[in-house]
Write a protein that binds this ligand. Sequence first.
Ligand code: ADE
Length: 230
Amino acid sequence: MQIDILTIFPEMFEGAFKHSIIKRSQEKGIVQIRLHNIRDYATDKHKRVDDYQYGGGSGMVMMIDPIAKCIDKLTDDTKYDEVIFMTPDGEKLAQPLANRLSTYQNILILCGHYKGIDERIREKYITREISIGDYVLSGGELAAAVLTDSLVRLIPGVLNDETSALSDSFQNNLLSPPVYTRPYDYNGLKVPDVLLSGHDKEIENWRMNHALKRTKTRRPDLLTDEEHKE
Ligand code: ADE
């Protein structure tokens, strides 16, 4: 999968993409993440990417031209499955959307800043607008990093044990059950014995019961099945 990210702050991604699973996915050649600095496409001598908004009001708006030039150049060589704009007024990111995007070959993610981007970019180029939650960030970069992480880990071959993405919270509308590792006894706090029993079926039942219990108490809204709610 190729992910092209358009931003005026490419440095913001360094920490997020140079560690752990995302780093490994790139090293394995499963994912290519390319960062594009929108400022490189500004044509005036000050490399301006923003301007005052028509009609007045506080806050600058990202201009069409540098963004359009950057997208036009990329679409010359690549056909994108989605051209995504990260914005608090977009569709809320949840697991089903991450699952779907993780099956695509090429996606482009545009990060906004300041008061927003000129609406005509949204009209002309954007195929999907995504929010990571009902709060406003200073820009789309952190949101783009969250989106990228959420879908890269789902691509086959990225996680060593592929089933572990399938058993994530939300994959079956359930939160994950508790997990434990050594030591068995930590100052009197013990691991539930069933997990040491070696009985696969009992362990599976225990996990399912605890996933359900946790979901009922913490996120009952996830349980659509009436009998689960009882
Ligand atoms: N940009 C600013 N806030 C955002 C949010 N909550 N989600 C996506 N992009 C954003």
